[in-house]
Ligand binder design. Structure first.
Ligand code: ATP
Ligand code: MG
Length: 630
């Protein structure tokens, strides 16, 4: 531990020396002239003057060294396909895709919008952009035409890459139709649309002069050789919009050199994966985890990566573990929401497969409650590492790093600031909180390599969104609420907007949710603050039970509601007791598994639930409406 403390301290105090060392994990065509240029705060340029290429680091250098090693494993339980690409094969596919881009007129700095299901071609499409210096903007395939159009108009792509359809739960999900609709809605639609025809939507309409077919262009470029374009370190690699949990998504702009170094370092110090090993991240390429830890991170480290199209429950709840056994997965990354889904299934599925290759499971994206953390760690018998970060940062801010014994995992806590991040908890006046004092999670700038360089096309928004919470000192605000205990462990208590103020006491939604979830009958819960004339706000809970029998009569519901309230009283005190505990069968979440607390709160206060373009299952809102009415 003291080693890690020293490691962290050095990363802050000897910033340039530390990152110059990490930079050696990647290949530079030309070394940097300056490690960190922070002459125009809060903007920072990492590895100024250096020249590198993300695709070269992810693919070419491994293809040269170990051409036949596994690089990409594509598995679809939706179409029952499985295909393994070696590094050499991956490079050939990426060069073909890059040649198609060049033929379609894509140039360095141009944007390419990728709207695709989880198929291998989506990874080729991303890597091909990186290869020629085009900037990709991957939009999650679940978004409807309106959300897609907004992102088209913000990024103004010259090309869109898409597919006829995706598959979810055995049913085709149209993509091409949405592309057509979005292009009609958009003010700046792309000139060309490249389509990977999976044969799932036979006879879909094509737009003359705009739509081009991937298979036929690929056939033309079978032997293509497209050299990498060396980019100056600060040139953008991609734009990625935040998940949109709390409103209008922001176009996070990532650089090239800093990001490549940050990923390579994180694979070594956090994820501890290396050449010849395999990583399985159960996310989607449309999210930041998909960018950093499905596509780029593992490949940069020379690992094989698994791209999985399917759900955790089909054909049965053992599918992930079957994949782990078959491909000897060493490192796995998922989200707390998935653990809570699995918790409701038969635990026998976890025991059925040989999981001895698996070293670590990493979970991020939402608070990981203690109960679920313990459950999954006991079931798997390996360290399960909660890590906290954002689309903006691109890689973890809080985690247990190598050098810290895993026995030091504290349930429900993503632990310590990661090297490179001068992360602290602040009061609203800009002073620093003491131990056990709730405050805002902030980072003293400069942001380390890999974090956003700006908001795409909106430098002012970058400053006003992230660096304006207080002016003295200027710090990056995560907009999350957190606390650090006396041993230095951090806990994220919820988003700043979600804090509940009960008669002057500030309670994180997370704290109350944790207490509700401590009741053994509860699988999952959302707590929101509802306006109250007397107390300002009162917490209200919407809970999903593990076993439906527990709430199948009014008496049982009343009894369980009382029992849950008592659990909260015992753990946090009566001040945190929810005014009501409503029982429903599913909670409204975004397509990335994040709770839409704002919408729940709006309904509970009799307001309009707001922008719901990212919602996964709209019927959950109906349940909340009827629970409130009943
Ligand atoms: P938007 O910013 O558009 O509202 P979003 O914040 O949901 O969307 P992401 O960048 O995907 O978009 O999510 C980051 C947020 O997720 C964090 O700010 C935090 O609130 C939450 N989060 C991520 N990891 C953890 C974790 N380990 N523990 C608690 N919360 C987490
Ligand atoms: Mg956010």
């Amino acid at each position: 531990m003291s080693d890690y403390k020293q490691f962290h301290r050095r990363s802050i105090e000897d910033r340039d020396g530390f990152w110059a060392e990490q930079a050696q994990l990647v290949h530079w065509n030309k070394p940097a002239e300056q490690v960190c240029d922070f002459s125009r705060p809060p903007f920072v340029k990492w590895f100024k003057g250096g020249e590198t290429n993300l695709c070269f680091n992810a693919v070419d250098r491994h293809a040269a060294e170990r051409p036949n090693d596994r690089a990409l494993v594509y598995i679809s339980t939706e179409t029952n396909e499985e295909k393994v690409y070696s590094f050499a094969e991956l490079q050939r596919e990426v060069e073909r895709m890059a040649a198609i881009y060049l033929e379609l007129g894509v140039k360095r700095g141009d944007r390419v919008l990728i709207y695709m299901p989880m198929i291998a071609e989506a990874a080729f499409a991303m890597l091909a952009c990186a290869r020629i210096g085009a900037i990709h903007s991957v939009v999650f395939g679940g978004f409807a035409a309106g959300s897609l159009a907004t992102r088209i108009d913000d990024a103004k792509p010259v090309l869109m890459v898409s597919s006829d359809a995706g598959m979810r739960n055995g049913k085709p999900v149209p993509y091409k139709h949405l592309v057509d609709e979005a292009c009609k809605l958009a003010e700046f639609p792309p000139a060309k649309v490249l389509l990977v025809d999976r044969g799932l939507d036979k006879g879909f309409p094509r737009v003359e002069g705009r739509d081009v077919d991937y298979a036929s262009l690929r056939a033309k470029h079978m032997d293509a050789q497209v050299p990498v374009t060396w980019l100056e370190s600060s040139e953008p690699s991609y734009i990625l919009y935040t998940s949109g949990t709390t409103g209008k998504p922001k176009g996070v702009q990532r650089d090239t050199g800093g990001y490549t170094v940050a990923l390579a370092a994180s694979m070594k110090h956090i994820f501890t994966g290396g050449k010849g090993e395999t990583m399985f991240s159960t996310s989607d390429i449309g999210w930041v985890v998909g960018h950093s830890y499905i596509v780029y991170g593992p490949l940069v480290a020379g690992m094989a990566t698994i791209m999985y199209e399917g759900t955790p429950l089909r054909p049965d709840a053992g599918i992930w573990w079957q994949i782990v056994e078959k491909y000897k997965v060493n490192v796995m990354f998922s989200a707390p929401t998935a653990v809570r889904v699995l918790k409701k299934q038969d635990p026998a599925f976890l025991k059925k497969y040989d999981l001895s290759s698996l070293k670590h499971l990493f979970l991020a994206g939402e608070p990981l409650d203690e109960t679920s953390h313990k459950w999954i760690m006991d079931e798997l018998g390996i360290p399960v590492i909660d890590n906290y970060w954002q689309t903006e940062t691109g890689w973890p801010m809080l985690a247990i790093c190598r050098g810290v014994e895993e026995s030091r995992i504290k349930l429900g806590s993503p632990a310590f600031p990661v090297y490179g991040y001068d992360l602290r908890i602040f009061r609203e006046d800009g002073s620093e909180c003491g131990a056990e004092e709730k405050g805002i999670v902030g980072i003293v700038p400069p942001l380390p390599p890999g974090c956003l360089s700006t908001v795409w096309g909106q430098d002012e928004r970058f400053v006003s969104t992230y660096f304006s919470l207080f002016t003295d000192p200027v710090v990056y605000s995560s907009s999350d609420w957190g606390i650090k205990d006396a041993d230095g462990y951090h806990t994220i208590l919820g988003r700043m907007d979600d804090v509940i103020n009960v008669a002057g006491h500030r309670l994180g939604t997370r704290e109350i949710e944790e207490a509700v979830q401590a009741h053994p009958a509860i699988a999952e819960v959302a707590v929101v603050g509802v306006a109250d004339e007397v107390k300002g706000q009162m917490p209200m809970a919407f809970a999903v039970v593990k076993n439906a029998d527990d709430v199948d009569s009014a008496e049982k519901r009343a009894e369980l509601e009382k029992a849950v309230m008592k659990t909260v009283d015992n753990m946090l005190g009566a001040i945190a007791r929810p005014s009501r505990v409503h029982f429903i069968t599913g909670l409204p979440k975004t397509r990335s598994g994040k709770m839409l607390r704002r919408s729940i709160q709006a309904l509970a206060e009799g307001r309009d639930p707001g922008d719901l373009t990212t919602i996964d299952d709209p019927s959950t809102l109906e349940q909340i409406r009827s629970a409130l009415a009943g």
